[in-house]
Design a protein around this ligand. Structure first.
Ligand code: FES
Ligand SMILES: [Fe+2]
Length: 372
């Protein structure tokens, strides 16, 4: 096909927009990302993780505080995770340099003699702010070569609406660039094709929907509404409480989708994050909490895993196609959330570059219509 024909075709598809991820790694720095489950970090174990292509070593001090260091000894680069933790200090396996686990500060270089003038305390291993929330260890990833800002926001927390509730966690890896992971997460049109299940919905139940969206800081909200009438679980909830079900779905940068469903005193709250591990790998971490007495964790987990597996299989297939760098399209209205995501991301990067306030891509509430 000639370049001219190709260009014409492109102009023809008026609503289309190139959805290829940016050519750089396309990571958003200076945000919290979940690095591991809390339960995986125990005793004096050193655990490895990777976020935004940064190798990390995670651990827990004897006081119970989690920490995250760059998994690389500042001396000769061997991963610190091959060393050991004594509850407070991480010791490198190569020459035994010792680093305070929470600050990364070097506290001892065993080879130094009494003649040496090297100021040990001026040497630091890379380290990152680290917090535990909702059963995850979160790490604040400031951009390479930058100092941490004076104040950093608190790590994200799942909203809950009562003291007593059940909670569960699921996760799966996607062989995809973060942008594909995220637009897959917010994509309303794949449901009837990818998530066909007797317990959820059938392909034949596809129908036209109109949903209102509004701008929120760093993201957008599907305004509170009654959820899809073709989804069995929502129908059940309504029957039990005898009150309408209201759903609110938010997306906020860098990677968070939350959904809150409420009906009378009953509630269900979930959060999915898509975290960039490498440029060709991301991970969905899904946490859900609820006080619905009729929904045991075991049953929810079975269905949740089926759901995630369906998305994962699709993304594995998509990755096969993306290897050949095809041109991609984003259409209106079903792909509008994806367009907002790309615009939010670009505008945030621009505002950080210039120091000017971030421009929000939405200038008011919008109703989107699609069939699903
Ligand atoms: S490489 Fe770690 S102490 Fe030498
Ligand atoms: Fe999905």
């Amino acid at each position: 096909m000639s370049e001219a024909v190709r260009t014409m075709m492109r102009m023809d598809a008026e609503a289309a927009q190139d959805a290829s991820p940016q050519s750089d790694a396309g990571f958003l720095w200076d945000f919290w990302y979940p690095a591991a489950r809390s339960t995986a970090i125990r005793g004096q174990k050193l655990v490895t993780a990777m976020l935004l292509e940064v190798p990390l070593v995670l651990g827990r001090t004897s006081e119970g505080k989690v920490f995250a260091m760059r998994d690389s000894c500042p001396h000769r680069g061997i991963p610190l995770s091959y060393g050991r933790l004594d509850g407070k200090v991480v010791e490198c396996c190569y020459h035994g340099w010792r680093f305070d686990a929470c600050s990364g500060q070097c506290v001892e270089i065993p080879s130094l003699s009494s003649q040496d003038k090297l100021k040990v305390e001026r040497i630091f291993a890379g380290h990152y702010p680290c917090e535990e929330r909702d059963g995850y260890v979160w790490v604040y990833m400031n951009a390479p070569g930058t100092k941490l800002p004076e104040t950093i926001p608190a790590a994200p927390a799942l909203t809950v609406f009562s003291d007593k509730y059940k909670i569960t966690h699921l996760s799966c890896e996607l062989p995809s660039h973060i942008d594909h992971g995220i637009i897959g997460l917010m994509d309303p049109a794949h449901g009837p094709f990818v998530h066909q299940s007797w317990f959820w919905r059938k392909r034949g139940s596809i129908h036209e929907k109109a949903k209102q969206f509004e701008a929120i800081p760093n993201g957008f909200r599907m305004s509170p509404h009654s959820p899809s009438t073709n989804s069995a679980p929502y129908q059940l909830l309504k029957k039990i409480t005898g009150e309408p079900v209201t759903t609110t779905i938010d997306f906020v940068l860098p990677n968070i989708r939350t959904e809150e469903d409420r009906s009378g005193k009953m509630w269900f709250s979930s959060r999915a994050t898509v975290t960039p591990v490498r440029r060709d790998l991301c991970r969905i971490d899904f946490v859900a909490a609820w006080n619905l007495f009729f929904l045991p964790v075991s049953i929810f987990s079975i269905f949740g895993k089926i759901f995630l597996r369906q998305d994962q299989e699709t993304m594995i297939q998509q990755a096969e196609g993306l290897k050949h760098h095809p041109r991609l399209m984003l259409i209106d209205d079903a792909d509008r959330p994806a367009k907002w995501y790309f615009a939010l991301k670009a505008n945030l990067i621009e505002s950080r570059r210039t120091g000017a306030p971030m421009v929000h891509p939405m200038d008011g509430p919008v109703t989107l219509r699609w069939r699903s």
